[in-house]
Design a binder for this molecule. Structure first.
Ligand code: ZN
Length: 381
């Protein structure tokens, strides 16, 4: 970063904190699902800085059409609360609304500022670049309630600790850690996958030229056939313990859903990691894509539209093991043909997991494969 020292500035210049010791005092309550509850906690902790709550109409329109807030600060994914007409009316009257988590606990207060309607197809087209209902984000958008409620939130009560939640960190915690470690350049690695050796090599390659590595698996709703959160965390735990320099790597989970918005989600992923204090983020081929909806390099090209992002993307080509180079390589540095390349496709790995037949150890660490193969139902149903 230009300032030359310390971790990156939070997005928008100030780390948002919306936690309170107040009690739930609204005159109306609504329940939100687990994904929304996670995002409200993300707002409270500043992971979504500069957002202080759900988008109001002016911001929503700009985010959908331009990928920026009305203040012109980059923001690509609408963070909104959708409700039906009856709730919308009651919330408008209530002003302060208690938000309940799926267990029925009052966990946050929403200060209602504005209630508005929106065009679902335009929203899908703007965010996902398509209105094809087979895109998971489009189908979710089309299924939303008709009214959006904008306003700041105050966070009251955290959920129970779980094995996964112990890896959830706030930007304040990660920034303190990075500063104590005296890391000046920190590379974020976003993942929703179990680690292949190719991923490991890519991460370690970035450590040759940067101080720290922030491995940050995304935890939350995924699609059928994706690896379960617990499997991803357990495999990274083991891999990092056995194969990574402990003083240069930090594992934390990010609790938010995958939106499969391809390029726009790549920018969103970068913004969240900037808030954690990262100076760089690895953006791979087809980052946050789904099916064949996006050009594999669209998620890299979109960074040209955001010269003011203040976190630097690192673009890597696809890595493969080359039997002639005797190392991981890419088409940029390996002259050998496809016949000397070995790659582990997701489909091939799934088949090997079913058959409990381990891939060669230069494609997947045996310790990692063992965890997945021994897991009872490692995939999302
Ligand atoms: Zn080669």
């Amino acid at each position: 970063m230009e300032q030359g020292k310390g971790v990156a500035q939070p997005h928008g210049g100030r780390l948002i904190s919306r936690t309170t010791t107040k009690n739930a005092n609204g005159s109306f309550s609504i329940s939100v699902n687990a994904d929304l509850a996670n995002d409200i906690e993300n707002i409270a902790d500043g992971i979504f800085s500069p957002l202080e709550g759900f988008l109001v109409k002016e911001d929503f329109d700009q985010v959908v059409s331009k990928g920026r807030l009305s203040s012109d600060i980059p923001w690509t994914i609408p963070i909104v609360l959708d409700v039906d007409k009856d709730s919308a009316t009651k919330m408008k009257d209530a002003c302060d609304v208690n938000l309940k988590d799926p267990e029925g606990n009052d966990f946050a207060i929403l200060h209602v500022e504005e209630i508005y309607t929106f065009n679902k197809s335009e929203t899908a087209q703007g965010v996902y670049g398509t209105t094809d209902p087979s895109h998971p984000g489009v189908s979710k958008t089309m299924g939303m309630q008709d009214f959006l409620v904008g306003g700041k939130i105050d966070y009251i009560k955290r959920p129970e600790e779980t094995a996964i939640r112990k890896y959830r960190k706030s930007p304040t915690e990660t920034r303190t850690f990075f500063e104590k470690s005296e890391w000046k350049t920190i590379v974020a690695f976003q993942t929703r996958n179990v680690p292949h050796v190719a991923h490991e090599m890519l991460q370690k390659e970035s450590l040759n030229t940067h101080d720290g590595l922030f491995v940050n698996p995304l935890i939350g709703k995924k699609k059928t056939g994706d690896y379960k959160d617990e499997v991803i965390v357990a495999t990274y735990e083991t891999l990092i313990r056995d194969y990574y320099p402990q003083k240069r790597c930090f594992l934390a989970t990010l609790h938010t859903e995958m939106r499969y918005a391809g390029p726009r989600e790549a920018i969103h992923h970068a913004i969240m990691r900037k808030n954690f204090g990262c100076t760089h983020i690895i953006i791979g081929r087809d980052h946050a894509g789904v099916g064949t909806f996006y050009d594999p390099f669209a998620a890299q090209k979109i960074f040209d539209d955001y010269p003011d992002l203040q976190i630097e993307p690192i673009f890597y080509p696809a890595f493969f093991y080359c039997k002639k180079c005797l190392s991981f390589a890419s088409e940029r540095n390996c002259p050998h043909g496809q016949e000397s390349q070995e790659q582990l496709s997701g489909t091939k790995l799934r088949q090997m997991i079913t058959e409990k037949k381990a891939p060669s150890e230069y494609l997947m660490r045996p310790e990692v494969f063992k965890i997945i193969a021994n897991w009872d139902r490692p995939f999302v149903d």
